[in-house]
Design a protein. Structure first.
Length: 178
């Protein structure tokens, strides 16, 4: 009877990992995306508004960087973390050369995927950095499209983006599956 119970528990765990295995929640609200073995956290309630470099420094203090995105699946995962309703969120992509096409991730990973909105990236700011728009449905009256990337001004005087996502290598123990 005990052996049957153990088999039943193991089968339940296996089923749940297959059904919900792409994401796990860790202590502190970090969420693991199993396809990357990294964990992510959306920040919106930090004490003060954060320009791009301040957001990156905040992530570094958490042993992380602003999020780098390397696939459609990861882009969708990051979008699922975000607060819906036209939230603009810093991602870790910024201009490093003289041209806006010279973009680099703050974590040093390869720039091997892009999800730019039509007409982006455009060189229109002092310090070009990328943000992602979160919204449940496209609004035909707005010019920005959800899940797409836009170039924003990373300069401290530009205050349109005040939320961000940090990404770091996943720690060992997972506390809860969702």
């Amino acid at each position: 009877m005990v052996a049957f119970f153990h088999v039943l528990v193991m089968m339940s765990i296996l089923f749940l990992s297959k059904a919900y295995g792409k994401t796990a929640v860790r202590e502190g609200g970090w969420k693991i995306f199993r396809e990357t073995s990294f964990e992510y956290k959306f920040y919106r309630d930090v004490p003060a508004w954060r320009p791009f470099e301040d957001a990156e420094n905040y992530c570094r203090n958490k042993s992380a960087h602003l999020v780098s995105i390397h696939s459609d699946a990861e882009n969708e995962f990051v979008n699922q973390l975000l607060e819906k309703g036209k939230t603009k969120v810093w991602i870790g992509l910024k201009q490093v050369g003289n041209s806006v096409e010279d973009m680099s991730w703050t974590d040093g990973s390869p720039y091997d995927f892009a999800n730019w909105a039509w007409g982006e990236p455009k060189n229109s700011h002092t310090v070009n950095a990328a943000y992602m728009l979160a919204s449940p449905d496209p609004d035909p009256l707005q010019s920005e499209v959800p899940r797409r990337w836009y170039v924003g001004d990373g300069d401290p005087s530009w205050k349109e983006v005040d939320t961000f996502v940090c990404k770091r290598k996943a720690q060992r123990h997972i506390t809860e599956k969702i």
